[in-house]
Ligand binder design. Structure first.
Ligand code: CA
Ligand code: CA
Ligand code: CA
Length: 290
């Protein structure tokens, strides 16, 4: 209950208006969870949580047979054609309980956009998302529940609506239960109604989306105010499900914290590289002359 009350305090310091009028919410770490409504198992996990890498994280679940979630108490306004871009890193560690085809640990994490802040959905294969209506949920699912929950295997991403695992899904080759950092990007354009999800093991934004789905977000939500956050679930298998960092922009503005050094540089960078190359050339000539 204390958590619920403290979550009513707005996180003024975390909000920053951009030049385009969009709002950016950034958590580089999670030592202050006062802006969150924590539900279910997440509310029962004492804060702050420091992971084995010394980082203060948002731990959603930490044991077997849990359902938990954390949503920002203040809704975001999706007035910019309902578009948004978000980027977060997560880690799933300490696998426990039984195993599926790819090994131990379950059930994953879901990034959720919905219309209320104080809910957590079904445990286990529900990943804390099952049953949350008027929602879009991007799942990072680590347990194979089979066709009953539309799981293609035990390690995949999916883009769902209405608290139902209604797909599509994309299998991920490397186990997400591997206790390393994962990086996820979710972008939604209200102009095209396309949700794009990207998943990588580095923080360089992949050029190609891992999975896409056409969704009319405002139609699904029934409103433009939305609560954003994360859910998780565990069952006879479990693990520590941690969000390490998170950025959310209430406009279509794809985030790339570490542009690919092998990619095509910006024109300004090309000019700088030209100056550096000239300098290097002059240095070589000088060296030869000496
Ligand atoms: Ca599953
Ligand atoms: Ca699934
Ligand atoms: Ca699995």
């Amino acid at each position: 209950m204390n958590k619920a009350l403290s979550a009513l305090v707005p996180a003024v310091g975390l909000l920053a208006a951009t030049s385009a009028g969009a709002t950016t919410i950034t958590y580089g770490e999670f030592s202050d969870l006062s802006a969150f409504q924590q539900n279910g198992a997440t509310a029962s996990i004492a804060d702050p949580v420091v992971d084995t890498a010394g980082r203060t994280v948002l731990r959603l679940t930490n044991s077997l047979s849990q359902s938990g979630s954390a949503f920002l108490t203040n809704p975001v306004s999706l007035d910019n054609q309902a578009s948004f871009s978000t980027f977060f890193s997560f880690r799933i560690s300490n696998p426990m309980g039984i195993s599926d085809g790819d090994g131990q640990g379950a059930d994953g994490i879901v990034f959720v956009v919905q219309t209320v802040a104080n809910t957590a959905g079904g445990s286990g294969g529900g990943i804390g998302y099952l049953g949350i209506g008027n929602s879009v949920g991007i799942e990072f699912d680590t347990w194979n529940n089979g066709s009953g929950l539309n799981d293609p295997n035990g390690n995949h991403v999916g883009i769902n609506t209405e608290g139902s695992f209604n797909g599509p899904t994309q299998a991920i080759a490397q186990r997400m239960n591997n206790a390393t950092d994962w990086f996820a990007w979710i972008d939604y354009s209200g102009d095209t109604n396309v949700v794009e999800v990207r998943l990588a093991q580095t923080n360089s934004r992949p050029g190609i989306a891992t999975l896409t789905r056409t969704v009319d977000l405002v139609d699904v939500l029934g409103q433009t105010d939305a609560f954003i956050g994360f859910t998780s679930g565990t069952g006879a298998a479990g693990g520590f499900h941690d969000i390490i960092s998170w950025t959310f922009i209430d406009d279509f503005d794809p985030i790339d914290p570490d542009p690919d050094p092998n990619g095509v540089p910006e024109p300004g960078i090309l000019a700088l590289l030209g100056v550096l190359a000239l300098g290097a050339s002059l240095t070589r000539r000088h060296a030869r002359a000496g």
